[in-house]
Design a protein around this ligand. Structure first.
Ligand SMILES: Cc1ncc(COP(=O)(O)O)c(C=O)c1O
Length: 431
């Protein structure tokens, strides 16, 4: 078999998978260790044909897959690896570009800053910010906190108790102290309760992980400006929704942020991983990260090395898949998919609200519904375990005000109204 034949087989495999993924159990039906026990303990002595890899993908690995591409994946934040994105990943691996410097990857470097500029226009953030791609929001926020500490010389980070755990983990890795600001009854950071005198950075979240609540960025920005604190906005999930003007209210004040993260791999139909990080203070970022040893010095005077704006030196060609998605979907394609997810979430929320014995537990700004059945935490946990083990749907949970709450997140472009109906039937009928 040649590369071409194996390639055709791999693309056929991918096309077949996407066609039938909705018929598979969404949550893997295996126990810890099951897959490992079926894999050889040592590598082969002689090389095998690629078709052996495809065969074992089917026979050994597929039973251990939780299917994030499944239309009834409703846990955490549902995502989409779209078809243009999948194909562009193949091309990026083919080119295997390593963007350590502009000269090692001029196309990748210049496409990356261009697509970040395109997305900035799509989601309504100011022109002229420096944008580049990190692997995950955890790394993007780490980079922002490094820049904030370097710039302010301070060692305290403030976020709300609803901020993502990555903020606390990043702060721990950097030896920074974390202070949690209180939230109001809609789970939004209280700007009036901030004390920022010795604070390096405030992380405000637009679309928190539990409820997708929106911290009030404008008054937080005001407080940061007067205290000399860096403002980082974590819009990992909800940032993509800003492509819809009717949802833009959530970005009020973001133009005053020092840095911003939006995960294209969450709700911009781009395969994992693609975290977009912008800063309005590129010189401060560069001061924190630029370190050019002799062997990386070049005479390309006007060149722009993205590796001087973040932790990684070698950078892969992630912009190619985002470019493919933006080209193939366009602004309208992105908007219609986001709007459909929000419409489906609103529909589901209405069904829960209208059903005696069930309640909605938090406001729903976007496409995530927090809800529970009247009864104990244990009963709601049992519902989650039961529906997930059915293989029909996969949902996750959180705790709000100390109580156990179910979460249904809509974000896959493959999810239809029928899928959401099925989810509600599975929940309600056995609930
Ligand atoms: C608001 C928010 N920030 C950050 C993250 C971390 O994202 P990543 O997995 O890209 O590090 C998440 C993950 O769900 C999130 O919801």
């Amino acid at each position: 078999m040649t590369f071409r034949d194996d390639g055709h087989a791999a693309v056929d495999w991918a096309a077949d998978y996407l066609e039938r993924v909705g018929e598979l159990p969404v949550l893997a039906q295996v126990r810890p260790g099951d897959i490992r026990a079926r894999l050889p303990q040592s590598p082969p002595e002689q090389g095998e044909p690629f078709e052996a890899v495809l065969r074992d993908l089917d026979e050994i690995l597929m039973p251990g897959m939780t299917h994030w591409q499944h239309p009834r994946f409703f846990a955490y934040f549902a995502v989409t690896g779209s078809e243009p994105g999948i194909l562009a990943e193949l091309l990026a691996a083919t080119l295997n570009s390593v963007a350590i410097l502009w000269r090692t990857a001029p196309a990748s470097t210049e496409l990356e800053v261009t697509v970040l500029d395109w997305v900035a226009q799509l989601i309504g953030i100011p022109r002229g910010w420096h944008g580049h791609i990190e692997d995950t929001a955890s790394t993007s926020t780490l980079a922002a906190l490094i820049a904030a500490r370097h710039t302010t010389g301070r060692n305290v980070v403030v976020c709300s108790e609803h901020a993502h755990s990555s903020v606390e983990k990043d702060a721990r890795m950097l030896g920074l102290e974390v202070r949690k600001a209180p939230v109001d009854d809609a789970f939004r950071m209280r700007a009036d309760a901030l004390e920022l005198d010795d604070v390096a950075a405030v992380v405000a979240t637009v679309g928190t992980t539990s409820t997708t609540s929106v911290d009030p960025v404008a008054p937080i920005a005001e407080r940061c400006a007067s205290a000399g604190a860096w403002l980082h906005v974590d819009a990992a999930y909800a940032g993509s929704a800003m492509v819809c003007p009717e949802l833009r209210w959530a970005f009020q004040g973001v133009e005053r942020a020092d840095s911003l993260v939006v995960n294209a791999h969450k709700w911009m139909f781009t395969p994992m991983d693609c975290s977009l990080l912008w800063t309005s203070r590129p010189d401060d970022f560069r001061a924190a990260f630029a370190l050019v040893p002799e062997y990386l010095r070049t005479t390309d005077e006007a060149a722009f090395n993205i590796s001087e704006y973040g932790p990684a030196l070698g950078r892969r060609f992630r912009s190619l898949k985002l470019w493919a998605v933006l080209r193939c979907y366009g602004r309208e394609g992105l908007q219609s998919r986001i709007r459909e997810a929000v419409r489906l979430a609103e529909l589901f929320e209405g069904w829960v609200r209208d059903e005696p014995g069930w309640e909605v537990c938090a406001p729903r700004p976007f496409s995530v519904v927090c809800f529970r059945r009247e009864g104990s935490d244990e009963e709601n946990e049992a519902i989650l375990e039961r529906v997930n083990s059915s293989g029909e749907i996969f949902i996750s949970h959180t705790k709000l005000n100390g109580g156990y709450v179910l979460r249904l997140a809509i974000g896959s472009e493959r999810t239809t109204e029928d899928d959401v109906c099925r989810a509600w039937a599975v929940l309600r009928d056995g609930g």
